[in-house]
Design a protein around this ligand. Sequence first.
Ligand code: KIV
Ligand code: NA
Length: 277
Amino acid sequence: DKPVTILDLHRKYQAGEPIVMVTAYDYPSALLADRAGVDVILVGDSLGMVVLGYETTEPVTMEEMLIHIRAVRRGAQRAFIVGDMPFGSYEASNEEAVRNAFRLMKEGRAHAVKLEGGRRMADRVRAIVQSGIPVMGHIGLTPQSVSALGGFRVQGRTAKEALALIDDALALQEAGCFAIVLEAVPVEVAAAITERLDIPTIGIGAGNGVSGQVLVYHDLLGMFDRFTPKFVKQYASIGSAIEEALRAYAQDVRAGAFPAEEHTFHMADDEREAFQH
Ligand code: KIV
Ligand code: NA
């Protein structure tokens, strides 16, 4: 299969075909996502919560993102790979934003970057896009500002907030984003934004009126149970399958049932005889 390009994504969007995006953070998860035929792999800074065990995404560093983006790139031969810009890597200035976006592209070998924020980030987006790097926007619930938002909660429930979200989306489109993630917004608002834009919207907790969907790998596989938002559909219970397997292993070892004969190496007969004298 040929690698997915930004043109392929736009073709899907134009044809009204939903874009399928999932996060992944390492080689094996990228391999499986790629094999499953997803269009876009997001190496999200959700990495911090589901893989590194931080309380929020705020502590995630450029170095951590780079290690994981590179691992995903090695696992995925076909999917389009978006690298998240971590908190603190793009807010201070256009120059810093461009420099760190280049690192995700050149050291991480991402195909595009994503950053959080609407109109207030339009300048950053424009600067990165003008330097030749595709940018995906992200508005609604933006986990990097969860301290400022006062927790993980749905955004744009009031008419006033909804209008502000439409304005944010238009500003990001105008600044040059090739797509925008809408996280945890009412279906009415996400659909209205999608209607207004001529770039794809990728929803997570944004209903079915968007141009594509994204879920966090560990959420959809049932591997993260610290909390499960309403918008997650669990397609498997991999976490409990893993725990069960590990329990069985521990039990076998303690009972002397593992390793069995079929897991065991032997010397050749003559060597064993020589060895025993
Ligand atoms: O980091 C992440 O996984 C994300 C998605 C939830 C869009 O930003
Ligand atoms: Na993110």
